[in-house]
Design a protein around this ligand. Structure first.
Ligand code: FES
Length: 167
């Protein structure tokens, strides 16, 4: 008979499926970009893990992104998936995607018609509230970065924390 601890282990193993491990081992978006229009740092106060995000914009479109995440497999993989998905997206579409992923991590289905790429491999994370903050670190950071850019806020030294923003 499988007890509840074993069940959790099975689910945890599911979290680290091949796609997640591939992104963790070969994170996308780490190549230096040639111009930085928005820069933002994010951190997960629960563990102290951090990321640095730099974005090159072309009008309302994300032309390129560079992101470095020092964290667990889930935070690094989720950051890498973001770096794969957002280049070429209009700012509003990137915000829709980020909000859709947040929704997923809070147990709701992704909005209809939203292309979530490899993010579906992180769906099981929603059952582990502590890890949800890991998966959302990059996404909360880009939401803050793009919203602040729309307000023309100074981004120098701006920091996003999953602690104050997520719930
Ligand atoms: Fe720190 Fe996941 S344990 S981001």
């Amino acid at each position: 008979m499988v007890d509840s601890k074993q069940n959790k282990d099975v689910q945890l193993n599911d979290l680290y499926r091949d796609t997640v491990l591939d992104h963790f081992r070969s994170p996308r978006g780490t190549k230096p970009i040639d111009r930085v229009d928005i820069r933002r740092e994010g951190n997960n106060p629960l563990c102290g893990d951090k990321l640095e995000m730099s974005i090159k914009m072309s009008d309302d479109t994300i032309e390129d992104i560079e992101v470095h995440c020092k964290g667990c497999a889930i935070s690094v993989a989720s950051t890498s998936m973001l770096a794969e998905l957002v280049p070429g997206m209009k700012k509003d579409d990137a915000l829709k995607l980020a909000e859709g992923f947040k929704q997923m991590m809070h147990g709701q289905p992704a909005p209809e018609g939203l292309d979530i790429g490899d993010l579906d491999s992180l769906e099981g994370v929603k059952d582990f509230p502590v890890r949800v903050k890991c998966a959302l670190l990059a996404w909360m950071t880009i939401i803050d970065a793009l919203r602040a850019d729309a307000r023309d806020d100074d981004q120098t030294g701006a920091m996003t924390s999953t602690e104050d923003k997520q719930d």
